[in-house]
Design a protein around this ligand. Structure first.
Ligand code: NOJ
Length: 485
């Protein structure tokens, strides 16, 4: 039995900075943020120059694994596949530094920062991006495969595609259901092909995918709500989990897409074999909140998410015409300033749902809470300690009930650039003073997490607030009853 991994996570664009150093070329995020004069990640947490200090802090903080991603634009600098030796050397140093400190590197190959030279060719709407991605994988497996045991092909394809192609709040910033379906499909195809390559290259570690997991709950147990829950589950989860783990897309999802006017002619005949034969070794789940669903009633599709925090609290609204509505205003629920519900029980039930449906090893690859914090003072983040405690408790309970969970990663290792939410939304165990050369200062939660890691979870207090309202998909699978909302 391998040891449970206690770690934390980051992503290249969100923490590295050094956006044009040592041969790195722009990603679609650099271009989008610069062109629109939005807060960017040019410097971010400056991990590029602070990685030794950060890895030392992980080690001193008791952590045994670090999940990070590779900036594609740093390692391959044009569409012809030219390798940048300085980019490779940087990740070599990061990996070496982890190993020296007994920290297991967990590498995400793609965490949203597509090189702009590929975006200009159509990005994930172009089948040839799958080949470019495979070329990247080949280089990474070849250079780092002997040192890295844990690989994730993609981070949150659902979040990336929906934000970039459906909601339009992330680059390439379009609102188009057809493009959403097409980009999603190509990413999942790329996932299967990367797994095929990994095995062909006789790599000896494990390869999986990281999913933005939203366990689905319904407002009542009417048949309309159950149908809306199923459609929402397909929309939020199953189009990633089913092909990745089972090698097939849900039939009712494809039917629903066709009846919603989506042209699926981008699917080629030979693809289904590739999906079937190349499924993941494990699933990575990023958990922030559950999703509460009611049947669709009327009106056009509305997709407003809160990227502004306090000033827009309560403004989130999601209605997908003819599919479902999502609720953000439950009477007794607790929400962050960004409208994210705090609901640890959703992680417990969500893990068991995945376990019962797919029976697969699980890593909780991200979990954390984003808040405003003033780094001029010591950060006594008791709210984060409570949040992490209750979520880790949920994981430990799910393990007791049979789920094969093998690791947990706090999001994030240190404060970083939170995409459209900027740097003011802080998630780190370690504070970063963005106005003072990105100096680091551990928060209270960092010391608390050290005790959790050192005690292998014995430090965790049992969460008092188990009971959940709303009909969970887990209870539907099991034929049990939950309390109505
Ligand atoms: C998921 C993403 O993987 C990460 O990039 C993001 O910053 C966090 N969630 C927090 O929203």
């Amino acid at each position: 039995m391998t040891k449970f991994l206690w770690g934390s996570a980051t992503a290249s664009y969100q923490c590295e900075g050094a956006w044009n150093e040592d041969g790195r070329v722009p990603s679609l995020w650099d271009v989008y943020l610069h062109e629109n004069q939005l807060e960017d990640g040019d410097v971010a947490s400056d991990f590029y120059h602070h990685y030794k200090e950060d890895i030392r802090l992980m080690k001193e903080g008791g952590q045994t694994s670090y999940r990070f991603s590779i900036s594609w634009s740093r390692v391959i600098t044009d569409k012809f596949g030219t390798i940048n030796p300085k980019g490779i050397a940087f990740y070599q140093r990061v990996i070496e530094e982890c190993l020296k400190n007994d920290i297991e590197p967990f590498v995400t190959i793609f965490h949203w920062d597509l090189p702009d030279y590929l975006e200009k060719e159509g990005g994930w709407l172009n089948r040839s991006t799958v080949d470019a991605y495979l070329n990247l994988c080949r280089v990474l497996f070849d250079k780092f495969g002997d040192k890295v045991r844990l690989w994730a092909t993609f981070n949150e394809p659902r979040y990336y595609v929906f934000s970039g192609y459906f909601i339009g709040n992330y680059p390439p910033a379009v609102h188009d259901a057809q493009k959403t379906a097409q980009a999603s499909y190509y990413m999942m195809l790329a996932n299967a092909k990367a797994i095929q390559l990994y095995r062909k290259m006789k790599q000896t570690g494990e390869i999986g995918i990281v999913h933005s997991y939203g366990p689905i709950y319904g407002v009542d147990d009417s048949s309309e709500t159950k149908q809306a829950m199923r459609d929402a589950d397909n929309y939020y989860n199953n189009w990633v989990l089913d092909p990745a783990i089972l090698g097939i897309f849900p039939k009712d999802l494809l039917e629903k897409l066709i009846s919603s006017g989506i042209d699926l002619s981008f699917i080629q005949e030979n693809d289904s074999q590739i999906f079937k034969e190349n499924t993941v070794d494990f699933i990575g789940l990023n958990y922030y909140a559950r999703v509460i669903i009611a049947p669709y009633k009327e009106g056009e599709t509305v997709l407003s998410v809160n990227n502004s925090g306090k000033s827009a609290k309560g403004s989130s609204k999601i209605v997908v015409k003819d599919w479902f509505e999502q609720l953000f205003d439950l009477p007794d629920a607790e929400y962050t300033d960004w409208d994210v519900e705090i609901f640890p029980q959703g992680l417990y039930e969500g893990i068991l749902m995945v376990h019962e449906k797919y029976n697969i090893p699980i890593y909780i690859t991200e979990n954390g809470v984003g808040v405003y914090e003033d780094v001029d003072h010591p950060i006594e983040d008791n709210y984060r300690i409570e949040f992490l405690n209750d979520h880790i408790d949920a994981i430990l309970r799910s393990k007791k009930d049979g789920a094969d969970v093998r690791g947990y990663y706090v999001w994030s290792t240190m404060d970083l650039y939170s995409w459209k939410n900027g740097t003011e939304k802080r998630y780190g165990l370690v504070a970063v003073d963005f106005n003072n050369q990105c100096s680091r200062k551990p928060k209270k939660s960092y010391y608390w997490y050290k005790k959790v890691c050192d005690s292998n979870g014995k430090e965790i207090q049992q969460n008092r607030k188990y009971k959940s309202k709303g009909i969970s998909t887990l209870s539907l699978i099991r034929g049990e009853k939950d309390e109505l909302l």
